[in-house]
Design a protein around this ligand. Structure first.
Ligand code: UDP
Length: 327
């Protein structure tokens, strides 16, 4: 199979590349290395069938050719991460919307219908009251919303574009709402909590819990995520659907910090930091997030292989090995 991965040097994208290379597929990655990194894909450079272009999805001259070549497209290229979203509120909208539009136009022009996975996010659910996030729930974004919501707005536009191309041109496009994906190669640089806590615990520094720590999230290992994406893309019935991809075990951020300290046998303490200090004025956090997964399980025979404890242990082992190699 020919697989095109936009944003393929990011943490989910590079896991997708590894997954398909292991299966003997040909993989073409394009990434502008804005949040992705060369390090994430350097181990694939020697593998037969791997190709990398460093380019911006908005201007990449090879897009039409690559889109026509692909049997499967994962569109992961986007401006992501809370810190980047707050720092670059305009770029989030322009890159995420125009990039998806350009890609879908290229796929349609290619004249046939590859299996397409479009990355969206659980951020689109916003401040819903529901304890479980269902794909068909109405979405509420406040008028005059703060900059954090620009990410959700950009991804909602992407969803609408994807669904419209699917309906109008009969393309097999599946919208995937990622819900707090974690795992190897994820960086804490743009705000993601797991790699930040792991690094802090290993350095014996305080774990920085924002707010009171009672906010909850449901974390899904990226190796489970890519298996779910492959299963979805392989089923034509997923075309034109919006599907949550995540894990439904919910944990508070305070308990997550405790779990990491315990597993790392770290001397770190927990330090609570007010949101204002953590993110500045322009911020509202989500209190709870747990995805409904009936739709994913209905469309695929996917099941999870990784528990949160196993992922945390694996990340600690990997970080320690990396440090040991350098020393
Ligand atoms: N968070 C935290 N300490 C950090 C980074 C994040 O307590 O050093 C919190 C953050 O406020 C949020 C949760 O962890 O409540 C998940 O944050 P992340 O940015 O990983 O994901 P998202 O907010 O997009 O769900």
């Amino acid at each position: 199979m020919h697989v095109l991965i936009t944003g393929g040097a990011g943490f989910i994208g590079s896991q997708l590349a590894e997954y398909h290379l292991d299966r003997g597929d040909k993989v073409h990655v394009v990434d502008d290395l804005s949040t992705g990194s060369k390090e994430n894909i350097e181990e694939f450079a020697e593998k037969p069938g791997f190709h990398f272009d460093e380019a911006d999805i908005l201007t990449w001259p090879g897009l039409e050719k690559a889109a026509a070549w692909a049997d499967r497209v994962y569109h992961m290229a986007a401006v992501v991460g809370v810190y980047r979203v707050l720092a670059e509120p305009i770029k989030v909208l322009s890159t995420n919307i125009a990039g998806t539009e350009r890609l879908l136009r290229a796929i349609h022009a290619g004249g046939w219908s590859p299996q397409v996975i479009l990355a969206s996010t659980s951020e689109v659910y916003g401040h819903t009251e529901a304890r479980e996030l269902r794909e068909d729930a109405p979405l509420v974004i406040q008028s005059g919303a703060r900059s954090r919501w620009n990410y959700a707005v950009s991804k909602l536009a992407d969803e609408a574009l994807g669904l419209s191309y699917a309906r109008k041109h009969g393309l097999q496009i599946t919208i995937v709402r990622f819900c707090n994906t974690i795992g190897p190669r994820q960086t804490g640089r743009y705000g993601m909590v797991l790699p930040r806590f792991v690094a802090q615990a290993l350095r014996g520094e305080p774990l920085t819990v924002y707010g009171d720590g009672n906010q909850t999230r449901s974390f899904c290992d990226v190796r489970d995520t890519v298996a779910a994406l492959d299963a979805l893309a392989s089923n034509p019935a997923s075309g034109g659907e919006i599907v949550n991809v995540g894990n439904n075990r919910e944990i508070s951020i305070l308990d997550l910090a405790k779990l990491i300290i315990r597993t790392a046998e770290s001397t770190s303490k927990i330090k609570k930091i007010p949101y204002l200090e953590a993110y500045g004025e322009d911020f509202e956090d989500i209190t709870h997030r747990r995805p409904a997964l009936d739709k994913l399980f209905g469309l695929t025979d996917f099941s999870h292989n990784w528990t949160l404890e196993e992922t945390v242990q694996d990340l600690l082992d990997r970080s320690r090995n990396r440090v040991a190699k350098v020393v």
